[in-house]
Write a protein that binds this ligand. Structure first.
Ligand SMILES: Nc1nc2c(c(=O)[nH]1)N[C@H]1C(S)=C(S)[C@@H](COP(=O)(O)OP(=O)(O)OC[C@H]3O[C@@H](n4cnc5c(=O)[nH]c(N)nc54)[C@H](O)[C@@H]3O)O[C@H]1N2
Ligand SMILES: Nc1nc2c(c(=O)[nH]1)N[C@H]1C(S)=C(S)[C@@H](COP(=O)(O)OP(=O)(O)OC[C@H]3O[C@@H](n4cnc5c(=O)[nH]c(N)nc54)[C@H](O)[C@@H]3O)O[C@H]1N2
Ligand SMILES: [Mo]
Length: 779
């Protein structure tokens, strides 16, 4: 048996584990070695040769990994280690055939790890679950569609969920939301509900648009970059090119992160021979502030307070250049007085306590901010996945507004999105919030009555599956059961569903909790040639900077039996009798995806004007963005200052409980969400296992723990549920006292459904209150 075939169990890692600090930089030879390894393991040489040279280039394939912008003037290789891994994973030569499912019952497969399941390769034919034998069996496409159509016909529309993971194209996503709405529900949760929903809520309310205001060119013009809770080296490595260039121009990069992340410290550019051969690498952050977990509201309050204090002093001196951009504040914002009042009222000792940073450090950072004519504020999950996630985002807006750092060159707010088209899906109507969808327009175009009641978000789906009110689940990609909170409760409740349908490329754990009727519908990946009636089709995606790119698959499909996502959605829609009254040309759309883009343009005439003509614009074509032009579509018509509810983004009552630590769930450099490529977290020096918990040495000492000890974590909650993850090896780490870190998705077992951000309801995966339990006999 090979190392990866070993039946290690769903929550276990692999053997040969070791942990030691990583002294290298991000990028460099480490990343080249990691790639050679994964291409060998997956047998994806063809994918490497056909796809990678065209990845993220005009006319080529938009990477299936992260959503970072794709420049017009691309590098020779416009991909990173992780983008190449994602391509290799999709381009694997391994396939799962019917024989595999005949050999393994679903119950048996539940003992496999995430890595083992996906590592088996691509699903190639539609499968239906047979309850008697507990096995998936092949089923002809037409029969699968007919059966799914019949099941959907029997279910109450509002009891069915249409989930989307952020990879599906604009074309597939548009058709999917339309199908759900004609069917009769706004139950359209997406991965964004677990991710940047705090952004969508926080930015919409304060600057009038739920996405960032920054474009790639701003990185070339900026005078300072402030970086909060985003791990660029692992999660959006192509962005390191912009950071490297900025760093070399002497632009300060000021980072706030409880962990010292390698990719935020040093970068060795694999595309620069001098860096690859020499010892040279570029420092990324010029200043690194290791703040307390959940300490950003306090830290940014400190920055703003320092700015205001200096402003007041200068005003008192009669000095000519004010610290704040008073003209901008007057003309473009509202709520400044209340915010200034809040800043004056908030005391430095409280700021220091909650941020874990000194007043002096915050004043220094404020000075850098003040001296820069334009500043970019970049952030990720370290802000959004907290109970106070929306307040975190609002605080960054406050900071930006104080010096007019939105809507001018080199400035703006930059949420770094996750999945490659997660931002775009919202732009074409994937949302559970009816007020954000163009319902009137859809009704006009397709002659049906759109549902008006609010749909379920991710947390709402979990609640509904657990209480039995959700009866059916259709997933366009993703691994919902694994990515969502409260794994055990969800896994226990899931099989009671009447229908589960997964449109997917590989086998994952969500597929192993079949509803009473359950189907796996295997689809083409974006890197593959998608021919309809012998004509190759293109799809499109929107990146983190609101630019839309065409994407054309380059590699022969993994199997001739695969259907495209667009075709699968059309066939499901056609199979549900209830949808037939609406006037939708489902089949025509399937034959020519340009017609879907016409329909998107007809739905959003301004946003997507001349969509097909602009599909291949180098660098992508930008969608309209109000805040970039200082147009604020908010209630007041102005950008809004806001006052946070608390100084901490954590659940305040869990802070002072004796023995409670705050757990942040993290990604390694060797995974894409629940897809675990391997067990090497090179940057954090962990190898061969994911069963670890990173802890501060002082906490270890207090708990009487030594390096390598085995512990369990238990959620500190008194709701009667026992949530526990065991056999975690203690790794001493440079992490602030009182908090610890472990990997997602293994630790989602510990995350209660109700522990989520206010307003956005993003599961608060960055601050789970836990207790450390020693495991008897395991030391
Ligand atoms: N290789 C790879 N790339 C990916 C993904 C992947 O899994 N693998 N996932 C994709 C997806 S869907 C997403 S959403 C993005 C996620 O990318 P990120 O936004 O980088 O998310 P995380 O890896 O969860 O890490 C968040 C960072 O926040 C820090 N942090 C935690 N708590 C706090 C806090 O309270 N304050 C501050 N300031 N920082 C904090 C952590 O130390 C960590 O460095 O990446 C995308 N790209
Ligand atoms: N505790 C904790 N929980 C978290 C997070 C965290 O940081 N901590 N992060 C959250 C975040 S940011 C996100 S975005 C979610 C991710 O949640 P999801 O988006 O649901 O999960 P993924 O792991 O990205 O989905 C991977 C699966 O997508 C399928 N897939 C891959 N490519 C394709 C394709 O081209 N088409 C189709 N149809 N299917 C495909 C494969 O089956 C693969 O197994 O998880 C969230 N959960
Ligand atoms: Mo995400």
């Amino acid at each position: 048996m090979t190392k990866t075939d070993r039946d290690a169990g769903p929550y276990a890692g692999d053997h040969q584990d070791k942990a030691s600090p990583y002294e290298g930089s991000a990028g460099g030879w480490g990343s080249v070695r990691a790639l050679t390894d994964i291409f060998a393991r997956t047998g994806a040489a063809t994918a490497a040769a056909t796809v990678l040279p065209r990845q993220n280039k005009t006319g080529g394939v938009a990477c299936v990994s992260c959503a970072w912008a794709k420049p017009a003037d691309s590098h020779t290789f416009e991909f990173c280690e992780n983008g190449a891994k994602a391509t290799a994973w999709e381009g694997t030569s391994h396939k799962i055939d019917a024989g595999f499912f005949a050999d393994h019952s679903v119950a048996a497969l539940r003992r496999w790890s995430d890595h083992q399941l996906e590592n088996k390769g691509r699903l190639v034919e539609p499968m239906a679950w047979d309850p008697e034998s507990d096995r998936y069996r092949p089923i002809p496409w037409e029969q699968a569609f007919a059966e799914i159509g019949a099941h959907l016909g029997r279910l109450e529309p509002d009891s069915v969920i249409f989930y989307t993971s952020g990879r599906a194209s604009l074309e597939a996503s548009y058709m999917y939301q339309l199908m759900a709405r004609i069917y009769g529900t706004n139950n359209l949760p997406d991965s964004s509900n677990m991710c940047h929903e705090s952004t969508s809520v926080g930015l919409k309310e304060t600057i009038g648009l739920g996405v960032g205001s920054v474009r790639l060119e701003d990185f070339r013009q900026t005078h300072a970059i402030f970086f909060f809770g985003q791990n660029v080296g692992s999660n959006s490595p192509r962005m390191l090119h912009e950071l490297q260039a900025a760093s070399e121009r002497g632009v300060p990069i000021v980072t706030f992160n409880p962990l010292r992340e390698r990719g935020l410290e040093l970068f060795r550019n694999p595309q620069r021979p001098t860096q690859m051969l020499g010892a040279e690498s570029t420092p990324v952050s010029s200043h690194y502030h290791q703040l307390r977990l959940g300490g950003d509201i306090a830290a940014v309050t400190g920055l703003c307070k320092a700015l205001l204090q200096r402003h007041d002093v200068r005003a008192g001196d009669g000095s000519a250049t004010p610290v704040l951009d008073t003209d901008f504040i007057e003309r473009h914002t509202s709520g400044f007085e209340a915010f200034a009042h809040y800043l004056r009222d908030t005391k430095w000792p409280d700021i220091e306590r909650h941020s874990g940073l000194t007043r002096a450090a915050l004043e220094d950072a404020a000075l850098i901010y003040e001296k820069a004519d334009s500043v970019l504020l970049v952030y990720g999950m370290g802000l959004t996945q907290h109970v106070g996630g929306v307040d975190n985002v609002r605080m960054l807006v406050n900071l930006a507004l104080m010096r007019g750092n939105i809507g001018k060159a080199g400035a703006g707010i930059c949420p770094v999105r996750g999945h490659s088209n997660v931002q775009g899906q919202r732009s074409v109507g994937i949302t559970e919030k009816p007020e954000l969808a163009p319902l009137d327009r859809l009704e006009q175009l397709y002659e049906f009555q759109a549902p008006r009641q609010k749909g379920r978000d991710t947390v709402g789906v979990c609640e509904g599956v657990i209480d039995g009110s959700v009866r059916g689940f259709v997933g366009l990609g993703g691994n919902f059961v694994r990515a969502a909170p409260d794994t055990q409760a969800l896994e226990a409740a899931w099989p009671a569903l009447d229908l589960t349908v997964h449109i997917t490329t590989t086998l994952n754990r969500s597929h192993l909790f079949p509803g009473k009727a359950s189907y796996l519908l295997p689809c083409l990946g974006r890197t593959e040639i998608d021919e309809q009636r012998n004509v190759p089709q293109a799809v499109s995606i929107e990146d983190s900077t609101s630019c839309v790119h065409g994407s054309r698959g380059r590699k022969a499909p993994a199997d001739q039996r695969l259907m495209s996502e667009v075709a699968i959605i059309a066939h499901i829609a056609l199979a549900v009798g209830r949808l037939s009254h609406a006037k939708v040309p489902w089949l025509e759309w399937t034959q020519d995806y340009a017609r879907v883009r016409d329909a998107i343009e007809a739905t959003y005439p301004q946003r997507f004007s001349r969509f097909n003509d602009r599909l291949w614009e180098p660098g992508g074509f930008p969608l309209t963005n109000g805040p970039r032009e200082r147009i604020w579509h908010t209630d007041s018509g102005r950008a809004q200052f806001t006052v946070p509810a608390n100084l901490t983004a954590l659940r305040p009552e869990s802070l002072d409980e004796e023995g409670v630590m705050q757990l942040m769930t993290l990604r390694s450099n060797d995974q894409f969400n629940t897809t675990i490529y391997g067990y090497e977290d090179r940057f954090r020096g962990v190898s061969g296992t994911r069963q670890v918990v990173f802890m501060n040495r002082a906490d270890m000492e207090r708990l009487g723990l030594a390096e390598g000890d085995s512990v369990a974590l238990r959620t500190a909650a008194d709701d009667g549920a026992e949530r526990r993850v065991g056999e975690l090896k203690v790794v001493p780490y440079d992490i602030p006292e009182g908090c610890c870190a472990a990997y997602y998705p293994e630790c989602n077992v510990l995350l209660p459904v109700w522990h989520h951000a206010h307003a956005s309801r993003v599961p608060a995966g960055k601050s789970i209150p836990v207790r450390v339990v020693q495991q008897a006999g395991a030391l």
